[in-house]
Design a protein around this ligand. Sequence first.
Ligand SMILES: Cc1cc2nc3c(=O)[nH]c(=O)nc-3n(C[C@H](O)[C@H](O)[C@H](O)COP(=O)(O)OP(=O)(O)OC[C@H]3O[C@@H](n4cnc5c(N)ncnc54)[C@H](O)[C@@H]3O)c2cc1C
Length: 253
Amino acid sequence: MARQPIRSSSDEAPDDQGRSFHLSQTRVSGVTGSSSSEEKVIIVGGAVVGSFVAYFLQEMGFGGQIQIVERDPTYRFSSTALSAASIRTQFGCRVNVRMSLFGAEFFRNIKDRFGPDADIGFHENGYLILGAPTDAEARTASLAMQRAEGAEILALDSDQLLARFPWLNVEDVGLGTFGARNEGWFDAWSLLSLIRSRVRSRGGEYILRKSSRFSSPAGASGASNSRTGELSAPTVASLPRGLSRGGSCGIWG
Ligand SMILES: Cc1cc2nc3c(=O)[nH]c(=O)nc-3n(C[C@H](O)[C@H](O)[C@H](O)COP(=O)(O)OP(=O)(O)OC[C@H]3O[C@@H](n4cnc5c(N)ncnc54)[C@H](O)[C@@H]3O)c2cc1C
């Protein structure tokens, strides 16, 4: 497998600082059709991000071995298990909007991917975000960007807010925005269980171990030493602390 970053050839979204992010859709260079059963990837951290990395590698045709190293099979301290598991599309940054739209569509069509019994309890019910009159201009600009990306956000003045939410005090409110679609909540544990089980059924291996050191020898095709318990692979994805720390959104949105 060529050592190229996993990226989509179809899409690119700039963030607020002008950096580009490639959002994977379905076509991936460096993985699709080019991996052999000799290839190996080790993923450290087997909660939602690590498991989804494994899932999408398999979806995209990676044919090699995938090992996911997870120190705690109960996941009780993981952000995934602790999460409020809500998703929104109202962000100031394009890449976040796109990620959430992708996530919401994935959730909505979960049965298409995982069968009729798949259920993650996804309830689409929008976030209501209220702003002071002085913020209305900036919020209107954000709204235009979100809508241009495909988010379905309603803009509500105080009368419209009152009609929809009669219990609300709208005295200091300039503009309210409400996600008509692609926002809501779901059950993160059900989602994780679904992804884990699919990854395993396709040959992915969850290994109960705390990883403390990575070895990724250039050119090696991946090996494990049964005496020392050491795992090594040319590609190691380390995701044990949450991808989104310090960012403006969680993993779902
Ligand atoms: C209270 C709370 C509420 C949240 N609400 C939302 C929300 O509403 N919407 C949203 O989008 N996001 C939300 N988030 C954020 C979201 O839950 C996280 O972004 C997401 O779960 C991160 O997933 P992860 O797999 O990267 O990390 P985690 O779920 O933390 O998983 C990391 C995994 O790595 C394992 N690990 C760590 N170190 C090692 C090691 N050395 N060796 C082996 N394994 C290791 C851990 O045991 C753990 O299972 C919330 C987070 C919290 C804490």
